[in-house]
Design a protein around this ligand. Structure first.
Ligand SMILES: [Fe+2]
Length: 339
């Protein structure tokens, strides 16, 4: 198995996956969900846009929600570079790959580059944002999950290997590399010192599967679920709470009022050494890559993804879906009744 090697001296140095933007058909409901369930802070808002951040974030926003009458969509996923010089280098690097780039004006952000990666993911790259006060110490302001900071996002694409080669050439390291035999079906990439910034799994795409915020502890996770139950969104607790087998962390996946999926997870393990090799495994040898214990995810967790706006989706030739809760119940029912 040949795993793409990280270019340790890339032309542009990315810092992290940092933010994302979505559309919503009901901004009031979005506001209630993100402030009461996740515990995010509203940095700014107007009639059509909501800017949110986690409790320890200095950056003005890590999540932007824009009002729309259309089917909800993910607009872009965002990444940070060190400074304006790196931003110029990012533009040249993406242009060298033949990818379209344009400068745009976005409120509360420094110079902003819109581009797309080799597998079609719409990207926004920035070096700076307006600063806001950290609120991690003001516990009297904490609600719901008390979400601390943006962590990573997951995209589905038909060609995982192509994404892995592109991002490792840009300095991203591989934490986990999932295969089916010799065929790559998942790559978990990072540039910060925790396991994930970008994750690509093999399925139709590009399409947006989920993004994640770090929460302080399991109790905060349960408080988010409790809040969803009390506010009438109990059905939107989609998968978990549980513990990943791949990923080392406790998790719960919830769907916001427009169906966009959010993962809440505990602070992950840290990658400290440059020679820490990727963990490579065949998914057929792991009982369930999603869970260390407990039940597999509902079918909706595999099937539902947010579309990217104005983005053509290419079908996947692979069979990326794992065992669903529905299938698991049929199998265990047959075993129990001896059929
Ligand atoms: Fe995740």
């Amino acid at each position: 198995m040949s795993v793409p090697k990280t270019n340790l001296r890339p032309a542009v140095r990315f810092l992290r996956a940092s933010h994302a933007s979505f559309t919503s058909r009901d901004l009031d409901k979005s506001r209630e969900f993100y402030t009461e369930v996740l515990g995010l802070l509203v940095s700014d808002e107007d009639n059509d846009t909501l800017y949110l951040r986690g409790l320890e974030e200095r950056a003005h926003h890590s999540l932007t929600i824009k009002r729309s009458q259309d089917e909800p969509a993910c607009l872009r996923v965002g990444m940070r570079v060190h400074d304006e010089e790196e931003l110029e280098r990012a533009k040249h690097t993406f242009e060298r790959h033949g990818l379209p780039c344009r400068w745009v004006d976005e409120p509360f952000q420094g110079r902003t580059l819109h581009t797309v990666d080799v597998v079609g993911t719409p990207l926004e790259i920035v070096a700076s944002m307006t600063h806001q006060p950290r609120r991690d110490r003001q516990v009297q302001m904490h609600k719901g999950a008390a979400a601390r900071r943006f962590d990573h996002y997951q995209i589905t694409v038909p060609d995982v290997h192509k994404a892995a080669v592109f991002y490792t050439s840009l300095g991203f390291r591989i934490a986990d590399y999932m295969t089916m035999g010799e065929h790559p079906v998942g790559v978990f990439l990072h540039v910060k010192n925790t396991p994930y910034d970008l994750v690509f799994l093999e399925r139709d795409g590009p399409a947006f599967h989920h993004y994640a915020y770090i929460v302080p502890d399991v109790q905060s996770m349960l408080r988010a679920c409790d809040t969803m139950g009390e506010l009438g969104w109990g059905e939107n607790v989609e998968f978990g709470p549980g513990k990943h087998s791949v990923g080392h962390s406790y998790y719960v996946y919830v769907r916001d009022p427009d169906g966009h999926r959010v993962e809440l997870l505990l602070p992950p393990i840290v990658y400290m050494d440059g020679d820490d090799p990727p963990s490579v495994f065949d998914v057929r040898t792991v009982k369930s890559p999603q869970v260390a214990w407990g039940l597999p995810p509902r079918a909706s967790w595999f099937v539902h993804r947010s579309r990217f706006l104005d983005c053509e989706v290419t079908p996947s030739l692979g069979d990326g879906d794992g065992l669903t809760l529905e299938q698991y119940l049929v199998i265990t029912d047959r075993q129990a009744t001896g059929e």
